[in-house]
Ligand binder design. Structure first.
Ligand SMILES: [Zn+2]
Length: 326
């Protein structure tokens, strides 16, 4: 009897995971572990589709897990709206080669997407090596990375337990891709072919991307600045949702210095290109980011919510989550 019940539950779970897109709500939304990156923790997918994406040309391609949008002549955003992180990877196309800034969750096969978007050689560079940004690294031949110990460790791959949370109940509303095996889902090891450092300029042909080391969210967080086109790729250092200064490996002090630095760059950019929820925001947010960290440090932010060991400070369009335990 017990076994029959378990089988029924498993069948029910399997049925849930096969619901077609657009007609789906995760089963019981017991998603207490969801760290709120979207608007509403319990029904985050209600915010989708986010209207900001509507202004960009959608590029057709074969992999349903991803959506691809042209946000600039030579910048394509590869978006994963089916999973709570709503992570965005960017394919930046030059005259000589293309740079992939992050490779997503590793749930869908992002290489198959990229192969439909460019015939150029592709170099991968990660905004940082959290697992939701390096999932497809192993599918590519050439990877640039920092020489930091954090990067080296992440490049060794993970056990399935390290990423299982990305598939937890309430975290995914889209059908998982055909052939994807949730039981063996993990972050696969990859080799770093070239070490990058602060101030390096990657010239992809017709576009120069300068690397800024911007630790805080993660020890190996970087931003890319394209000074000629006045664009800053922020990775997870900034986006329009809660910013994570509280997770293991994050450093509030480092993040504050990074925020100060990016605020000083606000006059050099028009847009910030961000890695979660929406792809492009006004560059003036860098000023707001610097001010936000300064105000948190000064203890002058009134709009703060408290939860199990964290404080979330609220600002116009974003928030910052800080750990209570140093
Ligand atoms: Zn991250």
């Amino acid at each position: 009897m017990l076994r029959l019940m378990i089988v029924s539950i498993l069948l029910a779970l399997a049925a849930c995971s096969e619901q077609p897109a657009g007609n789906s709500e995760p089963a019981a939304a017991n998603n207490e572990q969801v760290q709120n990156r979207g608007a509403d923790k319990d029904k985050w997918w209600d915010a989708l589709p986010r209207p900001e994406w509507g202004q960009y040309e959608k590029i057709e391609q074969s992999e349903d897990w991803f959506e691809v949008y042209r946000i600039d002549d030579d910048i394509l955003a590869i978006y994963e709206p089916g999973q709570f992180e709503e992570v965005i990877s960017f394919l930046i196309i030059g005259e000589d080669f293309a740079l992939m800034f992050d490779t997503g969750l590793g749930i869908g096969n992002i290489r198959r997407v990229v192969d439909q978007l460019t015939d150029l050689d592709v170099v991968v560079l990660n905004s940082h090596t959290h697992y939701d940004h390096i999932g497809g690294n192993h599918l590519f031949d050439t990877i640039y990375g920092t020489g930091l110990a954090y990067t080296t460790e992440r490049a060794q791959g993970s056990a399935p337990e390290a990423v299982a949370g990305f598939l937890a109940e309430g975290w995914v509303w889209k059908p998982l891709p055909d052939g994807f095996n949730a039981d063996t889902y993990q972050s696969y090891a990859f080799d770093i072919d070239r070490i990058v450092t602060e101030g390096d300029i990657i010239d992809i042909g017709g576009r120069q991307l300068e690397i800024l080391f911007t630790p805080g969210h993660a020890p190996d967080s970087i931003c890319l600045i394209d000074r000629e086109n006045r664009q800053l790729f922020t990775g997870d250092t900034f986006y329009l949702a809660p910013l994570y200064a509280h997770i293991p490996g994050a450093s509030f002090e480092d993040y504050m210095q990074t925020a100060e630095r990016l605020a000083r760059l606000a006059g050099d950019i028009d847009t910030a290109i961000t890695s979660h929820t929406v792809p492009v925001v006004d560059g003036a947010y860098m000023t707001a980011l610097g001010q936000a960290f300064a105000d948190i440090a000064a203890g002058t932010v009134m709009d703060v919510t408290l939860s199990d060991g964290h404080r979330e400070y609220h600002f116009d369009g974003f928030s910052v989550i800080v750990s209570d335990t140093p």
